[in-house]
Design a protein around this ligand. Structure first.
Ligand SMILES: [Zn+2]
Length: 113
């Protein structure tokens, strides 16, 4: 009996074991408990990454639009804060810029993964 490492979790397991004692990876059919092969899991992860990146890029664009719209309204409609609409413009600028910066930070963190 030899000791091998599980292809799924890298735990040390017996070469005669049918499933990994740590993660239940099916060593006979080389499938995980979810019934997916390594390639399927890899493509699923790639797809999840693409979706996440797309979502973050959409958020970056959306927050920039909120910010720029706030700036535009503030610029066109006078820069004094007199009523609820003026407060809303300032709010858009504040929220848009904060949201944009946060999304940029999350995108950088995401790309480093
Ligand atoms: Zn395992």
């Amino acid at each position: 009996m030899a000791i091998i490492s599980c292809p799924s979790c890298n735990d040390n397991i017996s070469s005669k074991a049918k499933t990994c004692s740590n993660c239940n990876f099916d060593l006979i059919n080389n499938r995980s408990v979810s019934g997916l092969t390594d390639e399927q899991i890899a493509s699923k992860n790639t797809l999840a990454r693409i979706k996440r990146k797309y979502s973050l890029q959409m958020q970056a664009t959306g927050s920039l639009v909120v910010f720029l719209l706030g700036v535009l309204l503030w610029y066109v409609g006078g820069r004094e804060v007199n009523n609820i609409m003026d407060a809303l413009k300032v709010g858009m600028i504040a929220v848009g810029s904060a949201w944009y910066l946060l999304t940029r930070v999350r995108l950088v963190a995401f790309k480093r993964q």
